[in-house]
Design a protein around this ligand. Structure first.
Ligand code: HEM
Length: 183
């Protein structure tokens, strides 16, 4: 089903520092996904100084196969939108319950996660549990719906009704009609 997505991809959605669980530089780092679902970490310090080359750290990459073979009895790892999460320490705190997460261990939980309609707070919280991303070959394209909409919009822009000629012509017709009727 849907990818809201947005989330994030084209809007330059940012992820908090999570690969280094529990802190590190916290809010000063962000994991970012681009439209292809690639994740990179950028420092907010370099963001404020655009002339300085960004120090993008490499995020650990996993294959879908690795995730599916993970020892889920020890650790609860799953994928949401090409990003890999380890929620082992979150199981008992999850407001939606422990079981729903356990059942998704080793799987791609993107649709299940979206279907619940998690809040922005939940999406903020999940950054804490990021441990990596999928290798490029295993990623899915995010925001398909959005891209399709943009494509059709571009096509529409080349049409007569969306060009400047349409309102101008309409104005002329209305003016002529008005002066013919009331002039
Ligand atoms: C790192 C991943 C996740 C985080 C941080 C997270 C966090 C949360 C939070 C904070 C809530 C409370 C409601 C809200 O704020 O939206 C919630 C509710 C819930 N979550 Fe998750 N969640 C995660 C993954 C998942 C996944 C993969 C599923 C799979 C279906 C799921 C199912 C649910 C359900 C069923 C609820 C209860 C919704 C309700 O009572 O209306 N969650 N989650």
């Amino acid at each position: 089903m849907k990818k809201y997505m947005s989330w994030r991809a084209q809007a330059g959605r940012q992820w908090g520092c999570a690969a280094r669980r529990g802190g590190g530089r916290g809010a000063r780092d962000a994991l970012r996904t681009d439209s292809a679902g690639r994740v990179s970490r950028h420092s907010s310090v370099s963001r404020s100084a655009p002339s300085t080359p960004r120090a993008a750290m490499t995020v650990k990459q996993y294959t879908r196969e690795e995730i599916s073979k993970w020892d889920t009895k020890k650790e609860n790892v799953f994928i949401i939108d090409n990003v890999v999460y380890n929620v082992t320490e979150f199981l008992d705190e999850h407001p939606g319950g422990h079981e729903v997460l356990v059942n998704l261990a080793g799987k791609d939980a993107s649709e299940d996660f979206d279907d619940v309609g998690h809040s922005l707070d939940a999406k903020e919280l999940m950054k804490k549990y990021v441990v990596g991303e999928l290798v490029e070959a295993d990623r899915v394209q995010l925001q398909k719906r959005h891209v399709a909409w943009e494509d059709s919009k571009v096509e529409g822009d080349t049409g007569f009704t969306s060009s400047w000629k349409f309102p101008v012509l309409l104005g002329i017709v209305v003016t002529v009609l008005y002066s013919y009727l009331f002039g």
